[in-house]
Design a protein around this ligand. Structure first.
Ligand code: TYD
Length: 142
């Protein structure tokens, strides 16, 4: 079975003035209405971000400058994906544990999100995440 997250290529409009990438809700790689945009930058070498999962939130992540590793875990499998290209987007579905590591200097990571910030949507420990994911998996097969 393929993992629930996906990496897609964003169309680039290039001409003599440079390059432009547009992301619009409704396109296959963005299956949600954008309710929030944030970006992460100024991450010191060696720092780790993320270390949580969301119960409902969907996100699309793009390293618009620099690069970082995103480790994704759905409770059954774990993958490390390098985002280092402003034309590559990573769709992170709900119930995905994520860790963001190995930020290159000058990295700016843009995140498009399906809902406003909501602390109650966060799962903050890996143990809690595994437990909730296991309950959902059990419900899905019964
Ligand atoms: P945090 O969730 O720790 O960031 P990361 O997942 O990258 O490690 O968020 C850092 C701070 O920013 C924290 O105080 C919550 C706040 N924050 C908002 O106010 N709005 C947001 O949309 C996000 C993502 C975070």
């Amino acid at each position: 079975m393929s993992p629930p997250w996906s990496v897609c290529r964003l169309e680039t409009h290039s001409d003599g003035r440079g390059r432009l990438v547009a992301v619009e809700a409704g396109e296959p790689h963005l299956p949600f209405e954008i309710r929030r945009v944030y970006y992460i930058y100024g991450v010191p070498a060696g720092q780790v971000r993320g270390l949580h999962a969301h119960r409902k939130l969907q996100q699309l992540m793009v390293a618009v400058s620099g690069g970082l590793d995103v480790i994704l875990d759905d409770g059954r499998r774990r993958r490390r994906i390098r985002l280092d290209d402003p034309t590559t987007a990573l769709l992170v579905p709900p119930m995905t544990w994520r860790e963001m590591r190995d930020f290159a200097p000058g990295t700016v990571c843009l995140v498009l999100a399906s809902a406003p910030y909501d602390e109650s949507d966060y799962i903050r420990t890996y143990e809690s995440f595994r437990a909730e994911a296991a309950v959902l998996a059990t419900g899905a097969v019964s």
